[in-house]
Design a protein around this ligand. Structure first.
Ligand SMILES: Nc1ncnc2c1ncn2[C@@H]1O[C@H](COP(=O)(O)OP(=O)(O)OP(=O)(O)O)[C@@H](O)[C@H]1O
Length: 659
């Protein structure tokens, strides 16, 4: 179904958000005040003037420092990253030439034309500087205080789907003005607050991005990382769960899966936590702070799915939430993230409604192990209903991406690729006749003897990368008129036939690295997955005996399962080295840049292997990858069906033997 029409939301509030130091006596602070109030970038706009601002090419952005502080700033057409950083330097009172200004995947070097009105930019210290003694980029604290003239809650983004949030915002602002304060939520790992209306009823849950687990202002002691670093899940950066919550809502067309209204906001209140002692325990001491946060409608409910037996959950509700979880590759669908509301009324006794919440850990930057609580619920094994199949058929991942790029321009390309891959996977799997549980199982990794194995979905991706690498290598061979392909089979012909009867012979062609094939230059045409390792380690010899083992295994089982393939892979020294390399990369890339005080957060993190990264391919490679991915899905689906059939047969035999 088509995404909702994208109409610009009218804005009611003016800008800018001038910020100034409480200590205005110092020359730097005075300069700052001048820059803030007299500079061309900090004029005040209200109502129509805001529109004029837009027409004259002016944009307002929010610059979020890596410690979470938010500064409002107006950009003029002539602005570039350098001028913005210079202004920030005045505001922050620290040199910012060693810092980077980023917008999603983009490091803003000069041109700011891609930066959209009302969206947050992130100012981070460069890795080399992070461990040095330069102070944190934070305007909060004793030496600088924000004065914010904009509305206490501003919605970021322009989707018509966010209109519903406006009434909620109005109610909350009214309540704040008459002294109805938000309530901090004590459960969970991140900072979260129930905001209330004038009657004192909770109407929204607000989660500031700098109070997420491990973020600098987390109120529950889980700190130690700067915004933009790998977070609780390595493939979801700290500070980036908020926009993912909005993604889940925006993708939930027609409210199919019941995701509550969710928006990204800039919100100012004294309730929020700052871990520098400014907002202490005494309520009258607390200062107003601005945050970028997710803002979700509060849904009154009776309990969550962890408090109750699941048998009363409607099949359709479980399916619809499952469909969303597959599309967005949810890594956090535990029972606590499903609210349950009893439906009252005649003839509805015992009936409940499910409300999915907490989508901050969806769309990781690389494939991981999803967490799908519903996977073993009986409802998930019931075939999809007609309307669900229709919904799935109408999903269009390309349109989804266009819509998300428009609504949340900071979204990373790697996340969008995960969305595309999973949507294609869902569509093909449903068309093939798989049920929700089967699809979820194919996405999930297995742990065997404390080791994580790639999921069946990841195995398909790994095979696609190899297939492409092999194709590239063989075309190089042909061009160079060099060494003959080691198998007497027409490669093109074999590629056309991706039927479930995937012959071992074909498999050898498609995975030549397992069989000792080397390209002209003596390099195995293995996927980019191991490229860096290969650079360093390519002189190692394959083990012929092991290759024979693989061949024998493949003859017995032409379509290897994830488990078998994984064990083959694990036995391949290349892959072992690759995993070690990736582990080391994570260690060196991410940990090395952190001060020793930040270590604790990393030590608490469980490391999860990254078998498949989609973000590293260029556009052309990605298009080819998707094409081959679709082709290789069918053998994988057929294999899953046959595994299930065998399991059922074994179960039946087992049962009959018992009696
Ligand atoms: N939309 C909502 N409506 C009503 N209650 C909600 C809503 N979203 C969250 N809650 C409540 O707030 C609590 C905390 O929310 P949530 O789980 O999203 O926060 P979190 O900090 O991400 O938690 P966790 O660390 O468990 O993932 C939930 O347990 C739930 O009871």
């Amino acid at each position: 179904m088509p995404p909702p029409p994208l109409t610009p939301a009218g804005k009611t509030t003016g800008f800018p958000l001038p910020f100034m130091s409480p200590n205005l006596d110092s020359p730097v602070q005075t300069q700052l005040a001048v820059a803030v109030f007299n500079g061309p970038l900090f004029g005040e706009f209200h109502g129509n003037k805001r529109m004029e601002g837009k027409l004259s090419g002016r944009r307002r952005v929010f610059v979020q420092t890596e410690t979470g502080s938010v500064l409002g700033m107006e950009l003029d057409r002539g602005d570039n990253a350098h001028t913005v950083k210079r202004r920030l330097q005045l505001a922050l009172n620290v040199p910012t030439e060693e810092s980077s200004l980023t917008f999603g995947d983009m490091v803003l070097k000069n041109d700011l034309s891609a930066v959209r009105n009302d969206f947050p930019l992130l100012l981070t210290k460069n890795l080399l500087q992070r461990s040095s003694s330069t102070p944190c980029l934070s305007p909060t604290g004793k030496d600088l205080q924000q004065r914010d003239w904009s509305s206490p809650i501003e919605i970021l983004g322009q989707s018509s789907r966010l209109f519903g949030t406006k009434q909620l915002v109005k109610d909350i602002v009214k309540a704040i003005k008459i002294g109805v304060d938000p309530i901090p939520i004590h459960s969970g790992l991140g900072g979260a607050y129930f905001f209330r209306n004038s009657r004192g009823e909770s109407v929204a849950i607000v989660k500031p991005t700098d109070e997420e687990p491990f973020a600098p202002n987390n109120p529950k002691g889980f700190v130690g990382k700067a915004l933009g670093q790998p977070g609780l899940k390595r493939s979801v950066r700290v500070g980036e769960t908020g926009f993912r919550e909005v993604v889940a809502y925006l993708l939930d067309y027609d409210h199919f899966s019941n995701v509550p209204l969710t928006a990204l906001v800039k919100i100012t209140h004294s309730i929020f936590n700052i871990n520098d002692g400014v907002n202490g325990n005494k309520p009258h001491d607390r200062k107003q702070v601005s945050k970028i946060a997710s803002f979700q409608q509060f849904i009154p409910h009776d309990f969550d799915a962890s408090d109750h037996g699941t048998s009363s959950f409607p099949v359709a509700a479980v399916h619809r939430i499952g469909i969303l979880d597959i599309r967005i590759f949810n890594t956090d669908r535990h029972a606590g993230n499903l609210l349950v509301r009893k439906l009252d009324g005649v003839g509805r006794f015992g009936q409940v409604e499910l409300i999915p919440i907490d989508h901050g850990l969806c769309l990781p930057e690389s494939l991981e192990d999803p967490y799908l609580e519903w996977i073993h619920w009986p409802q998930a094994s019931i075939p999809f209903l007609e309307d669900e199949l229709e919904y799935i058929k109408n999903l269009d991942p390309v349109q989804d991406c266009e819509m998300l790029r428009m609504e949340l321009p900071m979204i990373r390309e790697a996340c969008l690729r995960v969305l595309v891959l999973c949507t294609v996977f869902l569509k093909e799997a449903a068309a093939f006749g798989l049920c929700l549980a089967e699809i979820g199982e194919m996405m999930s990794r297995e742990f065997r003897i404390h080791e994580e194995e790639p999921s069946e979905l990841e195995v398909v991706c790994i095979n696609v990368r190899r297939l492409i690498a092999e194709r590239e290598a063989s075309s190089t061979e042909v061009e160079a008129g060099g060494e003959e392909f080691p198998f007497d089979i027409d490669c093109e012909e074999a590629e056309l036939d991706f039927t479930p009867k995937f012959a071992a012979k074909d498999f050898m062609i498609k995975m030549p690295f397992l069989f000792g094939f080397r390209g002209k230059n003596g390099r195995n045409p293995f996927s980019k997955l191991v490229e860096s390792t290969w650079e360093e380690e390519s002189e190692g010899e394959e083990e012929p005996a092991r290759m024979e083992e693989y061949a024998a295994l493949l003859v017995q089982d032409p379509v290897p399962t994830a488990a078998k393939l994984s064990s083959l892979l694990r036995n391949t020294s290349l892959v072992e080295k690759n995993l070690q390399y990736m582990g080391a990369k994570l260690e060196h890339g991410y940990l090395a840049g952190m001060s020793s005080g930040n270590r604790s957060a990393n030590e608490q993190l469980p490391t999860s292997a990254s078998f498949v990264k989609l973000g590293e391919m260029n556009e052309e490679e990605w298009a080819l990858f998707l094409e081959k991915f679709q082709e290789l899905l069918y053998p994988a689906f057929a294999n899953r069906k046959s595994v299930i059939a065998r399991q059922r047969l074994r179960l039946r035999h087992g049962t009959s033997c018992q009696f």
